[in-house]
Design a protein around this ligand. Structure first.
Ligand SMILES: [Cu+2]
Length: 332
């Protein structure tokens, strides 16, 4: 069974107000899985944070205890610094397959590499640190996307996930049921061109392509949800949308309670760390079909425009009515 769109916040933290309906049903494998990941990664994240405060000194050869050969796909490359996020295969004898930040001590090794590249590398582990070196590009990676074949999650029939859109109106995710959705998480102050600005450009470029296709049904919508809700008020979001020539009929910008948004984003594997006006974050663009099934999660930034258009077409043509073949053109 496919992963379903969690229309209500994962029950990690208490939200204000009452809870009704199916919300507790979302005591989901999904939420538990991500919490498990966070706990698993916590020592590494703390170590990474500690590393940013003082430059790690290269370990002396005597301190080197063990080296592993590994292979993985680059999921994030920092604009500066030398920490790379790699989704690596199992490293036998050391750790299972996972996505994690890894320190690269010689940042020149990152020069030729891009997000989505498959690499082989050496992982050096000493008693008190670990880093990677000898990064080599391997065979090209397939389209970078997480499989949506995650453990099944029941969709609550009631939702208390309420946002405010860029026009200042209250909206719930439930209102978008029956539409194919592309959901992404951004903040308007994000200064790194290849991060949030790129995600918004993806939507801005995909929107007219979908809108111009008269063979497509029109029950689709883009949602850009801010991870900086205190700053990104409806007015700020609206101005941001206008800068991206957004069409309110097909693209909404949502703000809301910070915890609720963080929890919702975390249910797709988005992690974020606030750092003054900046937010360190990874990327999730989620394609949801009209039935509420998560079809695809893109865990990267970069130019996803054509992949987005393709996935939205798929969601609309193949999944909006499972009994009907690809030619169906349901209009809302
Ligand atoms: Cu950003």
């Amino acid at each position: 069974m496919p992963q379903r769109l969690p229309l209500a916040a994962p029950p990690v933290r208490k939200l204000p107000g009452s809870r009704r309906g199916g919300l507790p049903r979302l005591t989901s494998v999904l939420a538990r899985r991500h919490r498990a990941t966070v706990w698993l990664l916590l020592p590494l994240l703390l170590a990474a944070a500690a590393c940013q405060r003082h430059t790690p000194s290269p370990a002396s050869p005597a301190a080197l205890s063990v080296e592993y050969s590994a292979r993985g796909v680059i999921r994030e490359l920092p604009a500066t610094g030398a920490r790379v996020v790699v989704e690596h295969d199992e490293i036998p004898g050391y750790m299972p397959k996972m996505t994690m930040p890894l320190e690269v001590r010689d940042s020149r090794e990152l020069r030729e590499l891009r997000v989505g590249d498959t690499i082989t590398f050496q992982l050096a582990v000493t008693a008190d640190s670990h880093w990677i070196h000898t990064l080599r590009k391997a065979a090209p990676a397939p389209i970078p996307a997480l499989s949506a074949a995650a453990p099944a999650v029941a969709v609550p029939t009631q939702t208390e996930l309420t946002f405010t859109n860029e026009l200042g109106r209250a909206v719930t995710l439930e209102q978008f049921r029956g539409k194919a959705l592309a959901i992404t998480f951004i903040f308007t102050r994000c200064p790194i061109p290849d991060y949030c600005p790129r995600l918004s450009q993806n939507f801005a470029a995909a929107l007219p392509q979908l809108a111009a296709d008269r063979t497509l049904p029109t029950n689709w919508h883009f949602l850009s949800i801010t991870i900086d809700p205190e700053f990104d008020t409806p007015a700020v979001l609206r101005a941001y949308g206008q800068r991206h020539h957004y069409d309110p009929a097909h693209w909404s910008f949502l703000t809301g309670a910070r915890e609720q948004i963080s929890d919702f984003a975390a249910s797709f594997g988005l992690t974020l760390q606030r750092n003054g006006a900046q937010i360190d974050h990874n990327f999730r663009t989620v394609i949801v079909d009209p039935a509420g099934d998560v079809q695809m999660i893109f865990p990267i930034s970069g130019n996803l425009t054509s992949a987005l258009v393709t996935e939205m077409r798929k969601a609309l043509q193949f999944k909006s009515n499972p009994d009907s073949p690809a030619t169906q053109t349901t209009l809302p």
